[in-house]
Design a protein around this ligand. Structure first.
Ligand SMILES: [Zn+2]
Length: 165
């Protein structure tokens, strides 16, 4: 069997056992004639690539799993469904109705709700914080609420409900 030193190109007639390294007597270069070392290096790269892939998959899984906790506004929704003025002996009142929906695939605790009333120009003229209609909503569950506001300015028109954070 003929082997060649990859460094100085000197040729040797020698049989190197599989997996053993050869040392060149001329230049001192050490190499593996059967390429065992090269295969090990490829194996190392494959292992490192597999490990990197595993880390990436874990990172994506964690991000996907825990992301909904930071996106409460997209998974539970509060919306207003009614805005009604009533006349009472002690002044005008506004009855606001609405609902909270759990659109997510998880059970959610519901925060307080802020009712925001604006005038025709869009300026906020009245706000009131109310308790949620249910402390917790199951997956897909809807809870309706109806709340009477008093002391609301005459010019209050459009209203909006949002979660207090
Ligand atoms: Zn050599």
């Amino acid at each position: 069997m003929k082997i060649t030193c990859p460094f100085c190109k000197i040729e040797y007639a020698a049989k190197i056992p599989k997996g053993r390294r050869a040392e060149c007597i001329v230049c001192g270069h050490v190499w593996a004639p059967d390429g065992a070392r090269g295969r090990n290096r490829i194996l190392m790269w494959l292992l490192m690539a597999a490990f990197a892939l595993l880390v990436a998959v874990i990172a994506i899984t964690m991000t996907t799993r825990y992301a909904p906790a930071n996106k409460t506004e997209e998974t539970i929704v509060v919306e207003m469904t009614g805005f009604r003025r009533t006349a009472a002996a002690d002044g005008a009142r506004i009855v606001i109705s609405g609902r909270v929906k759990n659109m997510s695939g998880r059970v959610y605790g519901i925060p307080d709700i802020m009712l925001v009333l604006r005038d025709d120009a869009g300026e906020i003229v009245f706000t009131q914080r109310i308790m949620p209609p249910a402390p917790v909503l199951d997956i897909g569950e809807v809870a309706k609420f109806s709340h009477t506001l008093s002391g609301v300015p005459e010019n209050a028109r459009a209203a909006r409900a949002e979660f207090v954070r």
